[in-house]
Design a protein around this ligand. Structure first.
Ligand code: GCU
Length: 341
C-alpha cells in the first residue's frame, strides 16, 4: 500500500513539476480537480466531499471533474499539504495541527480545553466572516482554507485503562506532528510520540506506542479499536479539520466559478456536520459490542488541572494566538451557564 501511495504521489508530482499538468489534470477537455483526505469512504468527511463534487459538477460539469482520493492514497497529511501547496493537487483535508508550521495562529486549536462547549466550538467555526481572517493566514504559503469539518472531541485511548492523569505517566502516546501537540502530551505527563495518522494502528499493534488520542471514529473507521481497548473521556481538545485549496487554483477561477466552489465547500460542511453525531454513536456501539472497547468516564477536572498552565504558556510564547483566544473566550462565555460556573 505504501508503495502504491508513493508511486501515485510521485506520478502526480513529476507531472506537475515538469509542467505536464495539462495531460495529468484534464480529461476530455475537463479540468480534473483532485482532493486528498485521510479518512475512509464511509467517514462524514468523504460524504461531505461527495456533496462538494456533486455541486461543482452540477453547476460547472462541462468544465470541471472532481476526483476524491481517500485513505491517504496521495500521502499522509503533511505530504498531501505540500502537494496542494505546489499545485500538484488542488485540495486536501487536514487537521489544523498540520498547519501550525505554515501559520502559527493555527496553534490555538491545539490548546487543551480551549472550547468549553460544543456549542461554542460550532459557533466559532461556523462564523465564516471571522474564520476567513484566520484562513487568509496561509496565503503566503500558497494555500487557503475554504471551510471546516467537525472532527469531534479528542480523548486518550490505549492498551491500558487511563482513569486519572497519573495513568498517563510514562505511556508513549501518539500525537499529531505539531509542536503544540507534543507540548500538550508532555504536560499531561505522557511521552509524546508524533507520527502520521496512518502509522498509528501498526505502532500500537507492535507495541511501539501504548496509545493515541482522537475522536471515536478512529476506533472503527481506522480500526484502532482492534489494538487499543480502553477509551477515556478526558475531552482535551476539539480540533477541526480543514478543506485547504491551492491558492493559485482559487485565484484562477472566474467570480462565478469561485462562488460555485465556495458554495460547494459550504454544502460539504453541512453534510459532514449532519452525519457526525450519528456516526459517533454508531462507532461507539461497534467499538463496544464488536471490538470489545471499554469506554471510561473520567473526572475531567483532574485532567484540566494537570494542564492548567498550558494555556497561559502558549499565549506567552505565541502572541499571534491572543486575538483568536480572546474571541473564543467571548463565545465560550455565551454558553457558560451559571450552574457550570
Ligand atoms: C482525526 C482528524 C484527521 C487527523 C487525525 C490525526 O481523524 O480528522 O484530520 O489527521 O485525527 O490525529 O492525525
Amino acid at each position: 500500500m505504501k508503495g502504491l501511495k508513493t508511486i501515485l504521489a510521485a506520478t502526480i508530482c513529476v507531472a506537475a513539476v515538469v509542467g505536464l499538468s495539462g495531460c495529468s489534470s484534464s480529461n476530455g477537455g475537463k479540468r480534473i480537480v483532485r482532493i486528498s483526505h485521510a479518512q475512509s469512504e464511509t467517514h462524514p468527511e468523504h460524504l461531505g466531499l461527495l456533496k462538494f463534487k456533486e455541486y461543482v459538477e452540477e453547476n460547472l460539469g462541462d468544465k470541471y471533474e472532481v476526483q476524491i482520493f481517500p485513505n491517504e492514497i496521495l500521502g499522509a497529511a503533511q505530504k498531501a499539504i505540500e502537494l496542494t501547496q505546489t499545485g500538484a493537487i488542488d485540495f486536501v483535508v487536514a487537521g489544523t495541527a498540520n498547519l501550525e508550521t505554515f501559520a502559527d495562529v493555527y496553534e490555538i486549536f491545539s490548546m487543551p480545553y480551549l472550547f468549553t462547549s460544543e456549542e461554542a466550538y460550532h459557533e466559532v467555526m461556523n462564523d465564516t466572516d471571522y474564520m476567513n481572517t484566520v484562513y487568509e493566514s496561509t496565503d503566503e504559503a500558497g494555500f487557503r482554507v475554504l471551510t471546516w469539518y467537525n472532527a469531534g472531541t479528542r480523548n486518550f485511548y490505549a492498551t491500558k485503562p487511563i482513569n486519572t492523569p497519573d495513568d498517563l505517566k510514562g505511556l508513549k502516546m501518539r500525537v499529531q506532528q505539531s509542536p503544540a501537540s507534543v507540548n500538550m502530551a508532555k504536560a499531561f505527563g505522557a511521552a509524546a510520540s508524533p507520527m502520521s495518522f496512518g502509522e498509528v494502528y501498526t505502532a500500537i499493534q507492535q507495541g511501539v506506542i501504548d496509545g493515541a488520542e482522537n475522536n471515536e471514529l478512529a476506533l472503527t473507521n481506522n480500526k484502532h479499536g482492534e489494538v487499543a481497548k480502553y477509551y477515556s473521556y478526558n475531552k482535551h481538545q476539539m480540533v477541526p479539520d480543514m478543506l485547504i485549496a491551492n491558492l493559485k487554483f482559487l485565484n484562477g477561477l472566474s467570480d462565478e466559478e469561485r462562488e460555485v466552489f465556495e458554495e460547494a465547500a459550504r454544502l460539504s460542511t453541512e453534510v459532514e456536520l449532519d452525519n457526525w453525531d450519528e456516526q459517533v454513536e454508531e462507532a461507539k456501539k461497534i467499538a463496544q459490542e464488536d471490538m470489545g472497547v471499554e469506554f471510561i468516564d473520567v473526572d475531567v477536572e483532574l485532567f484540566k488541572e494537570k494542564v492548567a498552565e498550558v494555556q497561559q504558556d502558549m499565549l506567552d510564547e505565541n502572541p499571534n494566538i491572543q486575538e483568536t483566544y480572546d474571541h473564543i473566550q467571548e463565545v465560550n462565555a455565551k454558553y457558560t451557564t451559571e450552574e457550570a460556573e
